[in-house]
Design a binder for this molecule. Structure first.
Ligand code: F6P
Length: 537
């Protein structure tokens, strides 16, 4: 099957129907209003809420009605979303620009073939688990390694060196599990930035004899990671570290480069695992060290619950599908150019950063799978900050600014601390913000007036356990996949990050050698020259 021939959302029959419905119900006088919608339909909250594994989602405070949902779901059917999903789960080479399968889901199922297939796609997961035959053995070895390390009193510190997907996922999950009381073991540190200030600030707190470095890089060629790993290795030798093989491990799809670097062992994975989808693979080694075998297994189990829901639930009650359709509605019909993610849990404060890569690197594309320029907008800007901090920074703009920004509130029912008087207030603040955005306020002066009718979605987790977190992250992955499928783009390549890397290499040479490179534009050449000469002064 040539998946490039699937209809793009704007070519599907439901598209003009949605346009007509939008013009009729969502524009001009008497346009849709959330307050009126709730007043007219006592069942609206329940009608627009969905459960998927441990995740409960309330979509009712969005600018949608029953007809929007019906037409959007029809659109998903017409775009062949279900068949495309099954193709991904079956291991077909849907990453067409790189001619690869997309295998991150299979790493979640490697140990755990589904017991009784209830849906063709779930069956597909069982069959296709064999497409990455090494996954079960590698994961098992990685978990053994993590357990031994947790028991090894001689190792007090672990440093994960990686960037992008080799940093954001593991860093965010470890932070979340720590806050949820599900992490223990050696101290874990993360170093990502090319900026040496990050590594330089950490090294003085470490002792070579008691530190393990994980070099996490799918390609093992990323400039930042190679630079940081090389500096860490130099530091290790300068400290008389000695046994490099014991103190450096790699996780990579390029085992040869890892061996050439001198890593003692490499937990290898296949090229079908995209960087931003890789925390379930050996890139999750730092997570396994923090959470242990049982914690990592629970993370995978939570994600599998979401996989099973995604594979088996009808599109109309399929949470990743419905969230993706809502994203499309907000972006392509309402024209909202960004979406704000506000996790009301300190442990999830890096969730927006993780989602920025997942969503914008996956779907920030301007051409479709056939190479045609997209006539509609794709990924909006994803941004956000933990609540309640964000309330004292940018919520002013969300309530009264000229742009409407849909907000996604992520709430966690149970706190892992026992400080009285915090958690209920935190949750109340999240609900209050969503309510205020919707209701607005007729102020007695223009500057006190809130228009209201501003959309938001609320996601609810019972706790910040590995299971809940696994389900939440798999939900975001599948939602991103569906949105890319609707836009007809390849969510699994990232050619857009290559050009800057090439320029950086040319400019570095100019900076170091003072080459008057005639290929540099006058502005860049002048700035490079200024930097070079001021460095010398
Ligand atoms: O430059 C972007 C990118 O390729 C991301 O997609 C990836 O997560 C990151 O760099 C790191 O790549 P690697 O794991 O190969 O070092």
């Amino acid at each position: 099957m040539d998946w490039r021939q699937r209809p793009r959302c704007d070519e599907a029959p439901a598209w003009p129907l949605l346009q007509a419905h939008f013009a009729r119900r969502f524009e001009g006088p008497g346009a849709f209003d959330l307050r009126r919608a709730f007043a007219q339909d006592a069942g609206r909250a329940a009608a627009f809420s969905l459960d998927a594994g441990p995740v409960f989602a309330d979509l009712s405070k969005n600018l949608i009605d029953v007809e929007v949902r019906r037409l959007l779901t029809q659109l998903a059917h017409e775009c062949g979303v279900a068949a495309y999903r099954d193709a991904m789960l079956l291991g077909e080479r849907i990453n067409t620009s790189e001619d690869r399968a997309v295998t991150h889901v299979h790493w979640r199922w490697a140990f755990n073939p589904a017991p009784a297939p209830v849906h063709q796609a779930q069956q597909a997961i069982v069959i296709i688990a064999n497409v990455v035959p090494e996954a079960a053995a590698t994961q098992s070895a990685m978990l053994d390694f993590a357990e031994k390390l947790r028991a090894d009193a001689a190792i007090t510190d672990v440093v994960n060196i990686g960037i992008g997907g080799s940093d954001l996922g593991p860093r965010m999950v470890v932070q979340a599990l720590r806050a949820g009381g599900h992490a223990s073991g050696p101290r874990l540190h993360f170093v990502a930035n090319m900026d040496g200030h990050e590594l330089a600030a950490l090294l003085p707190s470490l002792r070579a004899q008691s530190t393990l470095f994980i070099v996490a890089s799918k390609t093992f060629g990323t400039a930042e990671t190679v630079r940081n790993a090389t500096s860490a290795r130099d530091w290790f030798h300068a400290q008389g570290g000695g046994d490099m093989a014991r103190h450096f491990v790699a996780v990579s799809a390029n085992a040869e480069a890892a061996a050439a670097f001198g890593a003692g062992r490499c937990f290898a994975f296949d090229e079908g695992v995209g960087g931003r989808y890789s925390l379930w693979s050996p890139v999750g080694l730092a997570i396994a060290i923090a959470a242990g075998r049982a914690g990592f297994a629970a993370l995978l189990a939570g994600a599998r619950e979401m996989d099973a829901h995604f594979a088996g639930a009808p599109l109309t009650s399929n949470l990743p599908v419905q969230l993706a359709l809502l994203d499309l509605w907000n972006r392509n019909f309402h024209g909202f150019a960004s979406r704000c993610v506000a996790p009301y849990h300190h442990g999830l404060r890096r969730l927006p950063a993780y989602l920025q890569q997942l969503e914008m690197e996956s779907n920030g594309k301007g051409v479709d799978l056939r190479g045609r320029a997209l006539p509609i907008a794709s990924a909006p800007v994803t941004w956000g900050e933990a609540g309640t901090n964000g309330q004292h920074a940018f919520f002013q703009m969300l309530h009264q600014g000229c742009d409407v920004v849909p907000v996604e509130f992520v709430l966690v029912r149970r706190a892992a601390h026992n400080l009285p008087g915090h958690h209920d207030k935190l949750l109340a603040n999240a609900l209050a913000q969503a309510r205020a955005l919707m209701l607005g306020h007729a102020g007695d002066a223009p500057e006190r007036h809130f228009t209201g009718n501003r959309p938001s979605t609320t996601l609810l987790l019972p706790d910040l356990s590995p299971r809940s977190l696994g389900a939440l992250l798999a939900l975001y992955e599948h939602r991103t996949f569906v949105l890319g499928a609707l836009w007809g783009i390849n969510s699994f390549d990232q050619w857009g990050v290559e050009l800057g890397k090439q320029h950086a290499e040319e400019i570095r040479r100019a900076l170091e050698c003072g080459l008057e490179d005639p290929r540099l534009d006058p502005s860049t050449r002048a700035l490079a020259e200024r930097l070079r000469t001021s460095k010398r002064d």
